[in-house]
Design a protein around this ligand. Sequence first.
Ligand SMILES: [Zn+2]
Length: 97
Amino acid sequence: MSSATLTDFYTYMAKQRQKEERNAFHIRKYGNIIGEKHSNLTILGILDSCSRGKGARVDCLCDCGNLKVTYIAYLRARTVKSCGCLKPIPRSIYNKE
Ligand SMILES: [Zn+2]
């Protein structure tokens, strides 16, 4: 293993650790929502927090197998129920962005 590869490995580990620490921070803030299921979407992880009343941005897995990034508030309000495979997402949702 070359030293460059080893450095990459440590960089990767540091990033993983940061990701875990960020997840832990968000779990303290929002509760452990990872694994929660809202309609067709299962929460896989928290990407970051959002200050505009939409809650944290989350990575979700749809029942159809697609990944979807959305906000906790949209899931709880059932505004977003799937990756888009259930029905077309109304334009009004995008306009709120
Ligand atoms: Zn889907």
